[in-house]
Design a protein around this ligand. Structure first.
Ligand code: G3P
Ligand code: CA
Length: 257
């Protein structure tokens, strides 16, 4: 760390492995999550949806078409049908037979391990069910729930204020004046102090924004780094929490605070 002046406090970023490590393994599979953990990710990010018969499974897209050998919308398929799909071969034959994980399977794998699970709800209305699974596993202190939907985040808080929420923000606009920031501020007013992260696209982040959020007790996480140069630039600006497809080149990167 010799490049920094003496007495500078340096730490490495808080790295969230986005859908596992999709640059090296099929996204949102147990193989990808295990790899993320082995590479030293601080958080593992994942996307939760409801099946036709009301089970919680993990998939980013609303259909199974892109990442599996099947077709159809998650909401129109049963858990049994989804579990028969191959979620690995489209990425590489090496991963043939990987299944679409259930939320329970994901939680079980990392319970009591040194990693935070950043659980995104794709949609709203099933907050209670997700929180129940987390509580049943005794993992309230090991997760953050995130969503683009403010109402869903407020609902999560009402059900279980001990679970931090991440309010996702996507527009690359001056963040300190945006409606989203004001909404996030409302959540603090709602009694969520120190339990809110604002998870913004990295194009919308800059020093002023990061300082603004820190002063209000909100951690900022930023998605989704897929190129190394902007990542390095943002770290220099003071970004702490990258969400990335490339955990492998981030865990050893120091930042100045
Ligand atoms: O973690 C934030 C990021 O995952 C949100 O975007 O589309 O990849 O779920 P998306
Ligand atoms: Ca996501």
């Amino acid at each position: 760390l010799g490049k920094y002046p003496e007495n500078t406090i340096v730490q490495r970023p808080i790295v969230a492995a986005h859908r596992g490590v999709p640059s090296l393994a099929p996204e949102n599979t147990m193989a990808g999550y295990r790899l993320a953990y082995d590479l030293g990710a601080d958080m593992i990010e994942t996307d939760v949806q409801l099946t036709k018969d009301g089970h919680l499974i993990i998939m980013h897209d609303l259909t199974v078409n892109r990442t599996t050998n099947g077709t159809g919308a998650v909401k129109d398929l049963t858990l049994d049908e989804i579990r028969q799909l191959d979620a690995g071969s489209k990425f590489s034959e090496e991963f043939a037979g990987e299944k679409v994980p259930t939320l329970k399977e994901f939680l079980e794998e990392f319970k009591k391990k040194d990693v935070i699970l950043l659980i995104e709800l794709k949609g709203a209305g099933f907050e209670e069910q997700v929180i129940k699974e987390i509580e049943d596993m005794g993992m309230v202190d090991q997760v953050i729930i995130q969503n683009f939907d403010l109402g869903s985040m407020i609902d999560s808080f009402s059900i279980k204020p001990e679970i931090p929420v991440g309010y996702l923000y996507s527009a690359a606009v001056p963040a300190t004046t945006s409606a989203k920031i004001k909404n996030a501020q409302k959540m603090l007013d709602y009694g969520t102090s120190n339990r809110v992260t604002l998870n913004a696209s990295y194009g919308s982040t800059y020093q002023e924004f990061i300082t603004y959020m820190r002063q209000r007790g909100m951690l900022t996480m930023h998605w989704t780094f897929r190129a190394e140069e902007p990542f390095r630039d943002k770290l220099t600006e003071g970004l702490i929490g990258p969400i990335t497809d490339y955990t492998q080149w981030l865990t050893d990167a120091p930042i100045k605070i």
